[in-house]
Write a protein that binds this ligand. Structure first.
Ligand SMILES: Cc1cc2nc3c(=O)[nH]c(=O)nc-3n(C[C@H](O)[C@H](O)[C@H](O)COP(=O)(O)O)c2cc1C
Length: 364
């Protein structure tokens, strides 16, 4: 029996990690990744990712052990590099009431008590990175900044491949100069937080079709295209722009193995034409792309008070949890890229096989 040739191109990126499909399942931070999805994608010969920004060192060690026990495929664990000043963000007890006031109607609608104390500090990046490098998954990836030279050197000593995300050409060049192995060029079509780190997000919104070829021209490292890539036409376009791999977020977020609640999967797969997204800082204090609802509309005016990241994220966490549990679309965070409606609710492996078939049909 002869097997049909792979419809995927062989690239520097696919060779580096010995991938059957040069696809990265985008990491989902803050509790939205699932081990089942990471494992399913890794087993399918692509990169299975897990967003670990919310985990402490001990949990990161346990996570990598868990992933390793379930797959020999390529796993990637993702961290958020702190932006300047972020680690010092402290919201005082006296400020909490002011930040919570605009959220109170939403908490009341769900019958959940508003947070009344300052949000707890999250895990420290400096501790996370030590644990992550010691655990040494096949790939580590970063967003919101350039990993330190020592981090890149230590990863390489351990045989770990380093990916990092750029939202502009300038950021991509900084990552290339830092010796990152693969650059994820994330266009502003993408779902979730905008990872800009050199200039404000508002000055860093470059669509994928514009960003990818300019990054490819500017850096030596292989480029993985991200943002708005959900079906095979878009995959093919990304390769035509010079990308050597694709990172897919929203498409995988809708799959059965993904951790997001049904209300979120429904919002992702709303029919094209009825689906829209906005950039909002309402839920986390930092701009991220998602489906608009009552919460994003109420906080659309920047004059409405909100805490800086990560405090706002902690202040909205009980609201988001309650809304997800109740299937309440108006108060849940519904992160989504602009191409999400081109995805389907199906198993991750079926989604990848559908891409194979569509790619074969549209040609390489
Ligand atoms: C819910 C959600 C959470 C995300 N969290 C992270 C994260 O923690 N780290 C990261 O590097 N990228 C994160 N991303 C970006 C994705 O990994 C991916 O690059 C992006 O979704 C690609 O765009 P698409 O949604 O249009 O496919 C997130 C995206 C979504 C939708």
């Amino acid at each position: 029996m002869t097997s049909s040739p792979s419809p995927w191109p062989v690239t520097r990126f696919s060779r580096l990690l010995d991938l059957r499909r040069p696809v990265v399942q985008g990491p989902f931070g803050s509790g939205l990744s699932s081990v089942d999805l990471t494992v399913a994608v890794a087993e399918a010969g692509a990169v299975g990712s897990f967003g670990a920004n919310h985990l402490d060192a001990e949990a990161i060690t346990a996570l990598v052990g868990d992933l390793r026990s379930r797959t020999n495929g390529v796993i990637n664990v993702n961290l958020w590099v702190p932006l300047p000043g972020e680690v010092d963000v402290r919201v005082g007890a006296d400020e909490v009431a002011g930040f919570v006031a605009p959220l109170r109607p939403f908490y009341d609608a769900l019958g959940v008590a508003v947070p009344d104390g300052p949000p707890p500090a999250g895990p420290r990046y400096d501790d996370q990175i030590v644990a992550l490098l010691a655990a040494a998954p096949r790939v580590v990836s970063f967003v919101f900044g350039v990993p330190d030279a020592e981090v890149v050197a230590e990863a390489h000593r351990r045989g770990v491949v380093v990916l990092a995300t750029a939202t502009t050409v300038e950021e991509a060049v900084a990552l290339d100069e830092a010796g990152v192995d693969v650059i994820v060029a994330s266009g502003s079509d993408a779902g979730g937080h905008r990872g800009a780190f050199l200039r404000p997000v508002e000055e860093s919104l470059v669509g994928t079709l514009s960003l990818v070829p300019q990054v490819v021209d500017a850096v030596a490292a292989p480029v993985v295209a991200a943002g708005g890539i959900t079906d095979a036409r878009q995959v093919r376009a990304a390769f035509a722009l010079g990308a050597e791999g694709v990172q897919i977020g929203s498409g995988f977020l809708a799959t059965h193995e993904s951790a997001v609640p049904d209300v979120h999967k429904d919002a992702l797969t709303t029919a094209p034409g009825r689906h829209s997204t906005v950039l909002t800082s309402a839920f986390s204090g930092r701009l991220a792309r998602g489906v608009p609802n009552r919460v994003t509309r109420a906080l659309a005016d920047p004059a409405v008070p909100r805490a800086p990241y990560p405090a706002q994220s902690a202040l909205t966490a009980p609201l988001r949890r309650a809304a997800a549990a109740a299937g309440d679309r108006e108060h849940a965070s519904l992160w989504s890229g602009q191409s999400a409606p081109l995805g389907r609710r199906m198993r991750a492996v079926d989604y990848l096989e559908r891409l194979d078939a569509e790619l074969a049909a549209v040609g390489r």
